[in-house]
Design a binder for this molecule. Structure first.
Ligand code: ATP
Ligand code: MG
Length: 349
């Protein structure tokens, strides 16, 4: 879909002046965001499905100030948000439920909405990672399959429907000519670093257009993959699946930090060459092999749910801040200081 005109979003922001609220769909990392907004004195609006309202109302310190109740998440009216001076914080569920409609949505979105277009397409994402000279799993043609390979279908969420094949023959039998991307299956430990890019920072890891903070690292817990040893030792041969159930905290050995910050820097720098930059939180999904080689297989160009592990700060956020700093709180702080300095247009589209 065609992206809404940036001038249109700028004029909406002009009408807000310095006073803004934040809005998002009640899901994913919304409790973290609402709690942070509450602590920072910023009004918050939760777009909630009717049957989930009582849940979201039940958290006194993390409920939104106002609800917009809908039957279907994609059904909210952007003008209800604009009339509340709202800036939408897109998270994983927001991007998933609203889909391509997000491109033309006439409401200010924190970050650059072009980055959501790049994260939506697996081919674009790999182009971005390769331009950034980040190591990725090899992308294979069917005739190049000679060992375990992960076959990914377009738009699959949470790895749904992925197939692992071991040979060309198995690929032909189980996949056929369906549209897919075949990746070398990387064995190693997964790590999901949470970066925050600010063009305004005078601290953090310097990039060509600003600086990066590392606010945390998590590891996803996926079913059945992460518990499959039990089934195997019970004599079963289950298929590996990757349904995300939750997240666990993770701390990297310190000698890996330099390379992780370089990877984050290059992904950030290249985002400016490709589509005018990615602002605020992002995450790179990685696997570290036993030779300590880092492979990246996905970029999330927005807040990730793994940050929920660190609502009260992380082992890394404490290296930048003398107070508990979640990614949610970091976002609200960025918006507040940009509003004060009349720079919201630099970080919102
Ligand atoms: N090349 C690979 N080698 C080994 N494991 C992989 C590889 N790519 C993905 N995985 C595993 O599969 C899971 C799901 O993959 P991927 O992130 O591509 O799915 P997705 O549908 O984009 O999911 P989401 O949008 O929820 O991140 C990963 O979290 C990881 O555990
Ligand atoms: Mg993924």
């Amino acid at each position: 879909m065609v992206l809404v005109d940036k001038q249109k979003i700028n004029s909406i922001l002009d009408s807000y002046g310095e006073k803004f609220s934040i809005a998002t769909i009640c899901s994913h990392s919304s409790l973290q965001l609402f709690k942070a907004a509450r602590e920072e004195g910023v009004k918050s609006i939760g777009i909630v499905q009717r049957d989930k309202k009582s849940l979201y109302e039940s958290f006194p310190l993390a409920k939104p100030d106002e609800f917009i109740v809908v039957d279907n998440y994609a059904d909210f009216n952007p003008s209800d948000l604009v009339s509340n001076n709202a800036i939408v914080i897109p998270h994983g569920s927001f991007v998933e439920y609203v889909g391509e409609k997000v491109d033309s949505l006439e409401v200010p979105l924190y970050g650059n909405r072009a980055s959501l277009v790049w994260e939506r397409s697996r081919d674009k994402m790999f182009e971005w990672m390769h331009k950034a000279k980040v190591r990725t799993p090899k992308i294979l043609k069917p005739e190049e399959i000679s060992g375990p390979a992960l076959v990914k279908f377009p738009g699959a969420k949470g790895g749904r429907g992925y197939v692992i094949v071991n040979s060309q023959n198995e690929f032909r039998l189980r996949v056929g000519d369906k549209k897919c991307m075949i990746q070398e299956f990387i064995i190693g430990v997964r790590a999901y670093p949470h970066y925050f890019f600010s063009p305004f920072n005078n601290f953090g890891y310097k990039t060509s257009h600003g600086a990066l903070e590392l606010l945390g690292v998590d590891k996803r817990v996926e079913s059945s993959a992460d518990e499959i040893a039990r089934a195997v030792s019970a004599g079963m041969h289950p298929k590996m699946a990757f349904t995300v159930i939750g997240n666990e905290p993770m701390v990297l050995r310190e000698s890996l930090l330099q390379e992780y910050m370089e990877i984050g820097k290059r992904i950030s720098d290249v985002s400016f060459d490709l589509f005018g930059g990615m602002f605020g939180p992002f995450c790179i999904e990685t696997i570290i092999s036993e030779d300590l080689e880092i492979y990246a297989f996905e970029i999330s160009a927005r807040i990730v749910a793994g940050t929920n592990v660190y609502v009260n700060g992380s082992p890394y956020s404490g290296f930048y801040y003398n107070e508990p700093m979640s990614t949610g709180k970091r976002i609200i702080r960025e918006l507040k200081s940009a509003a004060k300095n009349r720079k919201l247009k630099d970080i919102i589209y």
